[in-house]
Design a protein around this ligand. Structure first.
Ligand code: E4P
Length: 218
């Protein structure tokens, strides 16, 4: 499973990239607003930090023509920009036009298997089902990932399933079990994946026993 980090915070991206944990980045307008930075500047900085790795940057228009104009600007920022479009009829039309031009796409705000089917049919590079937001309204986000996996496998669609709106470590392992190709994970959750109380307990015991030997490796 590939790991993307879901943030527009450069220092978080740098830290996780230096730890060798990142295969890409996703941003959205809310994350950009939270960063308080200029959108195009941030996207450029992230792309430079992770050359060759996919960086999703989202259009903000809702009509096809303006989406396409924005997509041109975003795609020109760097070769590794993936243009993110919403799962609407206009967004699907933009996805088709961008895919035909060889631009990588991420269709976002997916909440149903039929929506995912449409995204695959228009050649999306990634489909982003939002797990957490479905769970928030008492629907089953993980079931959606499982359903999309079956549908894509039935028809050999190459669109990658990008599990999004991840809220917990369990979401990550469950999405991996369900066959998601990628998970885009908030920085705090990604760091938590390494935690286990028995690891902490075991390490404390090793350190204590080692100290009792009075030895040093260096
Ligand atoms: C995906 O690309 C979105 O940026 C993100 O995962 C949304 O997560 P949220 O529902 O926690 O805002």
């Amino acid at each position: 499973m590939k790991f993307f980090v879901d943030t527009a915070d450069i220092s978080e991206i740098r830290e996780l990239h230096e730890a060798g944990l990142l295969d890409g980045v996703t941003t959205n307008p809310s994350l950009v607003a939270k960063s308080g930075r200029d959108f195009k500047e941030v996207v450029k900085e992230i792309c430079d930090l992770l050359p060759g790795l996919p960086v999703s940057a989202e259009v903000t228009a809702t009509d096809y023509e303006t989406m396409m104009a924005e997509a041109d600007v975003l795609a020109a920022i760097a070769d590794n920009v993936v243009v993110k479009v919403p799962l609407t009829l206009a967004g699907l039309k933009a996805c088709k036009a961008l895919s035909d031009k060889g631009v990588k796409t991420n269709v976002t705000l997916c909440f149903s298997a039929n929506q995912a089917l449409l995204a695959a049919k228009v050649g999306a590079t990634y489909i982003s089902p939002f797990l957490g937001r479905l769970d928030d309204i008492n629907l089953d986000g993980m079931q959606l990932i499982q359903d999309i996996r079956v549908i894509y496998d039935n028809y050999d669609f190459s669109t990658q399933i990008l599990a999004a709106s991840i809220r917990s470590a369990n979401h990550v392992s469950d999405a991996a079990l369900a066959g998601a190709d990628v998970a885009t994970i908030p920085p705090a959750v990604l760091k938590k994946l390494a935690d286990h109380p028995l690891t902490d307990k075991g390490l404390a015991a090793f350190v204590k026993d080692w100290e009792s030997t009075g030895q040093s490796i260096l």
